[in-house]
Design a protein around this ligand. Structure first.
Ligand code: GDP
Length: 686
């Protein structure tokens, strides 16, 4: 039968790690009693060592789940006794003073504002002198609230005890012999949950403090009958301060007391249960039989839970098993694949194209700024259509072209192109790492100065051959055609919005006349200022309510688009003209083609440099970075944490673990089935 308890204690521990629900609980012995009832002394007598926190006002603040494991004495006769805190990872502790110190620290770590904590301390003690038992030591009931113990402490402790003394646990109610049992908080609490006393054992301490007859009277249990009976003990250490006594000495003193008063305790009329050895044996019997009778119920409960877990595992995951390691490895592969897929957007041609688009816009701005808003633009167009030879063209247009080219090359292309790529990469990394708790910093990407340097040559001189020219011209034509159709679309939109072309024409005419008047007004005012009449009242502009303001705004835009359209058409014609087609010597008269070539060269060189200097290194580095972050740098715990950060994986792992544990428990329970037939009900008295 020993074997059964032992096995069931192991199973109980596993069940506790599966979940805390009452359905999956095997019984344990819960020790309750008021402060100073002698609770600690009883527990220490059972273990055979002093190991519980002591000291003035030192209350147990957390439940201690004490598992005692009987180990065979070694052949050499030496005693291998040690404790372990599985939750703390401190290893084997052979010095019981150290265990005491650890328990004291754990208790003191509970903030005094909380007073008690529900979180149990797991302590296992291995010894040849202990039986296989599980005991839960709870904070003692507080009788009187003192100043430094908040009033709520009393209720908190009572609530904590109430949780533990539920079925199927066995209640060890500790009461002192010198206190009337009617006043024992432990018995009162147990009666509430176990009115018939079917699972309560009374332990009467300090038997030496009352006359033997009175003590024996208590143990008969006639006044407060308990099915499992009362055990009387004396666990009195010597009164002398500072004298160290082994628990053996203390226990012997207890036995002595009962021997001295044998007729009261061992008399023929009564066979009472006394002494710590008897207590130990009694606890073993009670726990064994209680465990045994729980066996059937718990087996059924575990079977049900297991079937449910297996069903869920099948339905939800099709029985696919995962491990945190395999998850991390898969993640790494997925990240790399994703990365590779995304990097195509950073291949040289792609980068070049992006840069070119950016530069095209800039070319348009430069043209607008330097040519189309020039007062001599008509002259310029006429010049293109004339037969003037390139070397006869006014130097004005040569300077213009140089200014335009330098505006383009000095516009910070280097910085902008690096930024463009850096932003792209950052977005790429974000999208790869999205939803995952990995932070992968991009390689150092800011090197605008170096890109700037490599494009410097174009700031001074741009050499263009025939082929490049023709290319640039064609691209300029395309660019202008795109721009043209965009303007037309805009105009179409506006036309639709204001209600047709005729209406828009009216509006535009009106807006243009407004603009004309405004110009006149300004001119007049300037004249007035020049002739010293500047204090004259400014003529107020007549407000017009002829059209709604939204339509006026549309008309203004339409006017701009129309102007732009006619410019674009003129320039397109020029670009397609024989003169522009004839070659780079006509660059002054075809600035669009020229600037396009410059933009092309800038994009080409920048892209090349960015690829060589920045991207190649990054593309080499990044997959290795993923490896080192996820595969090499993480320890087992971090891998598990990483995997569990993904809620889906966490659920999968949780269910899988639950299923595994339940399967293991079921296996263990089945292996006990042979022992089950041996189980006998607990005798009422020994
Ligand atoms: P706890 O607060 O319930 O854990 O009680 P303790 O085990 O610390 O005991 C409280 C006090 O009662 C201590 O001073 C013990 O020395 C004393 N005590 C415990 N058991 C006995 C006993 O059997 N006889 C006598 N005379 N004193 C005892």
């Amino acid at each position: 039968l020993m074997h059964l308890t032992r096995k069931l204690i192991e199973i109980r521990t596993m069940l506790l790690s599966i979940d805390q629900s009452d359905a999956l609980k095997l019984p344990s012995i819960v020790v309750i009693g008021s402060q100073s009832s002698g609770k600690s002394s009883v527990l220490e007598a059972i273990v055979g060592h002093e190991f519980l926190p002591k000291g003035n006002n030192m209350v147990t603040r957390r439940p201690i789940e004490l598992t005692l494991i009987h180990t065979p004495a070694s052949k050499a006769g030496e005693q291998v006794e040690y404790g372990e805190f599985p939750g703390l990872g401190l290893g084997k502790i052979t010095d019981f003073k150290h265990i005491q110190k650890t328990l004291t620290d754990l208790n003191l770590a509970v903030p005094s504002t909380e007073a008690v904590s529900n979180e149990p301390i797991d302590l296992r003690i291995y010894s040849p002198h202990v039986p296989d038992l599980t005991l839960i030591d709870l904070p003692g009931y507080v009788q009187i609230s003192s100043l430094d113990q908040p009033e709520s402490l009393k209720e908190k402790i009572a609530a904590l005890c109430e949780r533990y003394i539920r079925e199927p646990n066995i209640i060890l109610a500790v009461c002192a012999a010198d206190v009337d049992l009617a006043n024992s908080p432990a018995l009162r609490a147990s009666r509430k949950v176990d009115p018939l006393g079917l699972r309560t054992i009374g332990v009467v301490t300090k038997m030496d403090l009352v006359p033997p007859e009175q003590g024996a009277g208590i143990l008969t249990g006639n006044r407060y009958p308990l099915h499992l009976g009362y055990v009387g003990v004396v666990c009195k250490p010597s009164g002398k301060k500072g004298r160290k006594e082994t628990m053996d000495v203390v226990a012997r003193r207890g036995d002595e007391y009962f021997r001295e008063n044998r007729e009261q305790f061992y008399g023929s009329s009564s066979s009472l249960m006394v002494g710590s050895d008897t207590l130990r044996r009694r606890l073993m019997e009670v726990l064994e039989s209680s465990m045994a009778s729980s066996l059937h119920g718990i087996t059924n409960a575990v079977q049900l839970e297991l079937e449910e877990a297996q069903y869920q595992f099948k339905v939800q995951y099709n029985d696919r098993r995962i491990s945190p390691e395999s998850y991390v490895a898969e993640t790494v592969d997925a990240l790399k694949a994703r990365f590779k897929e995304f990097t195509t957007q950073f291949r040289k041609p792609a980068v070049r194209e992006k840069l070119k688009t950016m530069l095209d816009e800039r070319v348009m701005d430069v043209l607008e700024q330097l040519y189309w808003s020039d007062k001599r633009v008509n002259e310029f167009t006429a010049l293109g259509e004339s037969r003037t030879r390139p070397d006869e063209v006014e130097p004005y247009w040569r300077y213009k072209l140089e200014a335009a080219s330098s505006l383009l090359t000095k516009s910070g292309v280097g910085r902008d192109s690096t930024l463009l790529v850096a932003d792209g990469l950052r977005a790429l990394i974000d999208s790869i790492a999205a939803g995952r708790a990995i932070h992968i910093p991009p390689a150092r990407l800011r090197a605008p100065r170096r890109v700037e340097n490599c494009i410097k040559p174009y700031k001074y001189e741009v050499e263009i051959d025939e082929r490049e020219w023709e290319n640039g011209r064609k691209e300029a034509v395309q660019l202008f055609e795109r721009e043209l159709s965009m303007c037309e679309d805009k105009l179409k939109e506006i036309r639709k919005r204001v209600g047709g072309g005729r209406r828009l024409n009216h509006l535009v005419t009106y807006v243009r006349s407004l603009e004309e008047r405004e110009r006149e007004r300004k001119k007049k005012r300037l004249a007035m200022i020049a002739s010293g009449e500047d204090d004259a009242v400014e003529p107020t502009e007549e407000e017009s309510y002829k059209y709604p303001p939204g339509q006026i705004l549309d008309a203004r835009h339409a006017a701009l688009y129309t102007d732009r359209l006619s410019t674009l058409k003129l320039r397109l014609a020029a670009l397609k003209s024989k003169r522009c087609r004839s070659g780079p010597e006509n660059d002054m008269l075809c600035p669009e083609a020229f600037l396009n070539v410059v933009a092309d060269k800038l994009a080409y060189t920048s892209a090349m440099f960015i690829n060589i200097e920045l991207l190649d290194q990054f593309f080499y580095q990044f997959p290795r970075e993923i490896d080192s972050r996820l595969l090499y740098d993480l320890d087992r715990k971090e891998i598990v944490d990483f995997a569990r950060e993904n809620p889906a994986v966490r659920r999968h792992l949780d269910l899988q673990e639950r299923k595994d544990k339940l399967e293991e428990v079921m296996k263990q329970l089945n292996s006990l089935s042979t022992l089950r037939s041996d189980v006998k009900p607990t005798p009422r008295r020994p």
